[in-house]
Design a protein around this ligand. Structure first.
Ligand code: SF4
Ligand code: SF4
Length: 209
């Protein structure tokens, strides 16, 4: 039995940064969508801490503006100093790194705040081989998150973009228009975040990254 995932809570930060509460809610819905699919499937996931071939082989990971704000907040304000310094170096050089710039010691340095795409991507039966993208090599062994909850998470995220009308949010999600908001994680110029890490900056209420 897969227990329902809890919602991450950072009460003081959510009070200071209202967008953070929305992001954590979106992530909670996303995680519920994964848990529901796992319960329905019944197979065992191969994914585990220290297994990170996907963080090297996936070069097109979409990341939405709200998620970017959450990542910046997390690395600037929640990571321990030694990890921040190592990450700053890695982010500054990310174009030369053959992996996601948040992969440190075979683990995701931003795991609690990792993007929806990473939360969704889970593989059954056996771990991915180096360079393998299981979505292409064995799609039947890739978990399909619960569609309703996946759409609900995306609809909630649209509130961040000022889209509050339920019918319009539904339209943007069902037509895929919402995905136009995303950037590719590997294409982002993380040097800016590296510089802020080195300078010890905090995130403001607008959450600029
Ligand atoms: S998706 Fe593949 S490489 Fe990534 S954690 Fe799961 S089994 Fe490991
Ligand atoms: S954000 Fe984390 S989980 Fe996603 S690809 Fe990068 S290291 Fe892997």
């Amino acid at each position: 039995m897969v227990p329902p995932p809890g919602r991450l809570t950072f009460a003081a930060d959510e009070k200071r940064l209202p967008w953070l509460a929305l992001l954590l809610q979106v992530q909670h819905i996303t995680d519920r969508g994964v848990a529901a699919a796992l319960r329905a499937d019944g197979r065992k996931l191969a994914c585990a801490r220290g297994c990170a071939n996907c963080c090297r082989s996936h070069v097109d990971i979409p990341v939405y503006p709200l998620e970017l704000m959450g990542i910046a907040w997390y690395v600037l304000e929640k990571l321990e100093a030694p990890t921040r310094m190592r990450l700053a170096t890695q982010l500054a050089n990310h174009r030369a790194i053959d992996a996601c710039p948040f992969l440190l010691d075979e683990a995701c340095a931003i795991h609690p705040l990792r993007p929806m795409a990473c939360r969704h991507f889970n593989v059954f039966d056996r771990t991915c081989a180096p360079g393998e993208d299981a979505f292409h090599t064995r799609p039947g062994e890739v978990l399909r998150p619960d569609r309703q909850l996946k759409h609900e998470a995306l609809r909630e995220m649209l509130r961040h973009h000022g889209v509050h009308d339920g019918r319009e949010r539904r339209r943007q999600v069902e037509t895929g228009e919402v995905h136009r908001l995303a950037q590719s994680l590997r294409e982002i110029r993380w040097e800016n975040l590296a510089a802020r890490l080195s300078a010890g900056t905090q995130v403001g209420a607008a959450g600029e990254s």
